[in-house]
Every structure is written in structure tokens, then in C-alpha cells.
Design a binder for this molecule. Structure first.
Ligand code: GLN
Length: 483
């Protein structure tokens, strides 16, 4: 059961091969067995989860099932879920019980899906290794001495260890695609504005986007059909007609033009990862695709630009944690200002503080033009690079991350080398484009992801491109040994 696709699970539930309560219990038992070591989930609530499964069984019995009714999903702990502790990986929200549901949670609930629990993540989604979580490191099921990637590291480990049928993540600079690459599964960051950010705890609002983390492109399509759609409560949610993300899965790829950016195969990319990515591209040629060499000349600027814009937005978003309305409040203080300062000093971890400092600095009167405004201008150039590239090709391919999963602690004291994890993913967020990562093979027994970048709203085509590869190869079916 744990290896079945969402479609197969829905069929098993429909034909009463298994009930939702049984399926959910099966995952809960796995979580009980494996989570103490992996630390993929921060919060579990068996009673709530099983109550949802019971409701789902009734719904299935009534013939009112959707494509995900009764299927257990893991939810990243960045999504507010009513009655659930929602921490965003921070001490600041250690005891916060969300009073309402994020749009994404509502969509899954309305479709009758089961919420297995809230997954671990880097604090406020700031990180690439899950090491900044207040709730501890997450281990990569492929090698427990290594990180699962981040910030959606808990969802990633839960995917690799099959502690859920599928999971949600969010991606501000790579947090769905990089962990998907390091843990060997399929993840999609949609076009900015396609999935509502309502109730998703804000990190950098102009970059944050939620998306599916699943065993295959086909499963991602099923989840996109649940998650996407207009929501008036998010002013950046796009008013578009609902689409069926599965509609093009089976189209042949003959004639597909794949752009290969020279900057994505240059210095900084591990040689073993490069080999795997080239083999995947060779497979695409066998499937009838053509490749064209392209250039994204401003790639090297994407990290510095991101580390001005994202902290600027974060410093503003995180100003709401003042110890007054909700979140951590210091036990002792002398006056109001002291209460703000102590609450924030105690509630936030080191990486979050670093970002707040950078953000406040680049937004300050004397430096705004030199840093923030300049970064916004370069952001536009980065988007234009992609615009030009998509005149030459249908999709862009390259590595998702520069290497495979690294050792826990290896980069913890070197923020810049950690920030470089997102060198191939961050520009996609800056441009607002959709990007995905699919398993493409192994280097030193660790998973390697192939990144597929599409033009705006081209998710259905990207899922098609990924699905055809997954029909021809079996990398996406591989599981860590002993799990
Ligand atoms: N690793 C990047 C950061 O630390 C991106 C994180 C994300 O996508 N949420 O900001």
C-alpha cells in the first residue's frame, strides 16, 4: 500500500480493498516506528487524524468520494490548520494553536483527504537542510547521517520513508525542489499566484508558493487539482479558470524543445550529479525531444538578489511576532519595549535573526536604493533572461541542486555555502515561474534530481514532460534500503 500511487489508493478505497481508517492506521504505525529517529513530524494527533479517516469512509460509502478522499497526506507545519498546533519550526510559535485553516488545508479537507500531521521544517522556512528547526534536525532516510534538504525537510523525509501517501511543501527559493532532489521524489513549485498563500505563514511574500511533494508527476497532478485555484483572501491569488493538471500527462514528447542553460552546467556543479543529469537528458532525446543550448546570464546574481529581497520581506513579515497578540512572550521584562526585545530574542533562532538584521539593513533609509531597489531591478533582468530563453525552447532542464545530500553539520557554520544550495532554483522564484524536481538516478548511492522549469502556467506541460520520463524509467520508484 505504501508504494501505491494516489490513483491506486483511491481505487483501493473505492473497491473496499482497504478502508481509510485502515490505510491511515498503517501510516500512523509506520510513523510511530520510524519517526522517533527521523523526526519528520513535529505534531501528530492520532484522534483528529482518525476522525477524519472515519468521515472519509462514510463519504466513500455514500459514493461522494473525490480523487483524494480517505488518502492520508502530511502537511508542512507552515500551514495553519484549525485546532492543530502550527509552529513553522519556531520556538516563537511552539504553543500556537491555529484558529483557522489555510486555503491549502481547506482544499484538502473539502476533498475529504486525511491530515496525518504537521511536518518539520527549517524555522520560518529559512534554510536548506532542516537544521534551523527549533524542533531538531531531520534525518535523510537514504543516509541518516545526512540532511533531507530544506526547508520542507520533514515532508521530504516523510516522502522518502513512506510516512505518508504524499505531502505538501512550500518553496521560496527551492524548498520543494532541493529536498525533492536530496530525498528522491517528485516536487512541484507552481507559478506564483496559482496556489493561495492564505493561512500559509509568510516568509517572503513575493516568492512563497505552496506545492505538492509526491511519488510521481501523476500524483503531483492529482494534488495540484486539489490545491490550485482562485482564492479572494489572497490578493496575489490569480483569477484563472480551474484547469485539470492531468490533462496532458500522456502526450508524446516528440518535438519537445528542451533548453539547457550553460550556467547550470558550469563550475559549482558536482561531477557525479552532472553525469546523472546528462543521462536523464539523453533519455529525453530517446523520447523524441530536441535540446538547444541557451543562456541565463544573470544566474550568478540570483543568490545575492534573493538574499536582499527575501530578508527584506521577512523582516517586515516577522515584525508581527511581538509577544503581544500571539506567540512567545518573555516571562520577565521591565517595560513594553523590553518585552518586545526579550520575546523576539528568545523566540527566534540564529538564522531568523540573521535574516531580520539583513532585511532591516537593506530597507533602511540610507541603503534602500543601494540594495533593495537595485535587487528589484536585477530581479526584473533575471525574469527577462527566462522570457528570452522561452523564445527558444518549451522547457528548461538542469540539476535541481549542485550536489547530493550533505552530512548533518557540514554546512551549518557556513551560511554562504548553504545559500548556494539554491543556485539553480532561486531564479525561478524571483521570476515567479513554475519549477519541478524529479528523481533521475543516484550518485554515491544518494538520489539526484533533474529540474524542469516551465513558462508561466505551463504546469500541465511540465507534468507531462515528467510523467513521460517516469513511464520510461523507474528512478522515482526507488526506496531507501531498510525502510
Ligand atoms: N534555502 C532558501 C532560504 O533559506 C530557500 C528556502 C525556501 O525556499 N523556503 O531562504
Amino acid at each position: 500500500m505504501i508504494n501505491q500511487s494516489l490513483k491506486q489508493l483511491a481505487a483501493a478505497l473505492a473497491t473496499k480493498q482497504i478502508s481509510s481508517v485502515e490505510l491511515t492506521q498503517l501510516f500512523l504505525d509506520r510513523i510511530k516506528r520510524l519517526n522517533p529517529e527521523l523526526n519528520a513530524y513535529i505534531t501528530l494527533d492520532e484522534a483528529k487524524t482518525l476522525a477524519q479517516a472515519k468521515l472519509a469512509d462514510a463519504r466513500i460509502a455514500n459514493g461522494e468520494a473525490t480523487s483524494v478522499t480517505g488518502i492520508p497526506f502530511a502537511q508542512k507545519d507552515i500551514f495553519c490548520a484549525k485546532g492543530w498546533r502550527t509552529t513553522c519550526g519556531s520556538k516563537m510559535l511552539e504553543t500556537f494553536i491555529a484558529p483557522y485553516d489555510a486555503h491549502v488545508i481547506t482544499q484538502f479537507d473539502n476533498a475529504g483527504a486525511v491530515n496525518l500531521g504537521k511536518t518539520n521544517m527549517d524555522e520560518f522556512a529559512m534554510g536548506s537542510s532542516n537544521e534551523t528547526s527549533y524542533f531538531g534536525k531531520v534525518k535523510n532516510p537514504w543516509d541518516k547521517e545526512r540532511v533531507p534538504g530544506g526547508s520542507s525537510g520533514g515532508s521530504a523525509a516523510a516522502m522518502a520513508a513512506r510516512l505518508c501517501a504524499a505531502a505538501t511543501g512550500t518553496d521560496t527559493g527551492g524548498s520543494i525542489r532541493q529536498p525533492a532532489s536530496l530525498c528522491g521524489f517528485t516536487g512541484l513549485k507552481p507559478t506564483y499566484g496559482v496556489v493561495s498563500r492564505y493561512g500559509m505563514i509568510a516568509f517572503a511574500s513575493s516568492l512563497d508558493q505552496a506545492g505538492p511533494m509526491a511519488k510521481s508527476a501523476e500524483d503531483c497532478a492529482v494534488m495540484m487539482n486539489v490545491m490550485a485555484g482562485f482564492d479572494e483572501r489572497d490578493s496575489t491569488s490569480l483569477q484563472r479558470e480551474n484547469e485539470d493538471y492531468s490533462r496532458d500527462l500522456n502526450k508524446p514528447l516528440a518535438g519537445l524543445k528542451i533548453g539547457l542553460p550553460k550556467e547550470y552546467f558550469a563550475e559549482g556543479l558536482s561531477a557525479e550529479v552532472a553525469v546523472v543529469v546528462q543521462e536523464a537528458i539523453a533519455q529525453y532525446r530517446k523520447l523524441g525531444a530536441e535540446t538547444v543550448d541557451i543562456s541565463l546570464p544573470n544566474t550568478r546574481l540570483s543568490i545575492p538578489v534573493y538574499y536582499v529581497i527575501a530578508p527584506a520581506e521577512a523582516s517586515s513579515n516577522l515584525s508581527r511576532y511581538d509577544g503581544v497578540r500571539y506567540g512567545h512572550r518573555a516571562a520577565e521584562y521591565t517595560d513594553l519595549l523590553d518585552m518586545y526585545c526579550k520575546s523576539r530574542a528568545e523566540g527566534f533562532g540564529a538564522e531568523v535573526k540573521r535574516r531580520i538584521l539583513i532585511g532591516t539593513y537593506v530597507l533602511s533609509a540610507g541603503y534602500y536604493d543601494a540594495y533593495y531597489l537595485k535587487a528589484q531591478q536585477i530581479r526584473r533582468l533575471i525574469a527577462q533572461d527566462f522570457e528570452a530563453a522561452f523564445n527558444q525552447c518549451d522547457v528548461i532542464m538542469g540539476p535541481s541542486a549542485p550536489g547530493t545530500a550533505f552530512k548533518i553539520g557540514e554546512k551549518a557554520d557556513d551560511p554562504v555555502s548553504m545559500y548556494l544550495q539554491d543556485i539553480y532554483t532561486i531564479a525561478v522564484n524571483l521570476a515567479g515561474l513554475p519549477g519541478m524536481s524529479i528523481p533521475a538516478g543516484f550518485a554515491n548511492k544518494l538520489p539526484v534530481g533533474l529540474q524542469i522549469i516551465g513558462n508561466y502556467f505551463d504546469e500541465a506541460r511540465m507534468l507531462n514532460v515528467a510523467h513521460q520520463y517516469q513511464q520510461a524509467t523507474d528512478w522515482h520508484t526507488k526506496m531507501p534500503e531498510g525502510i
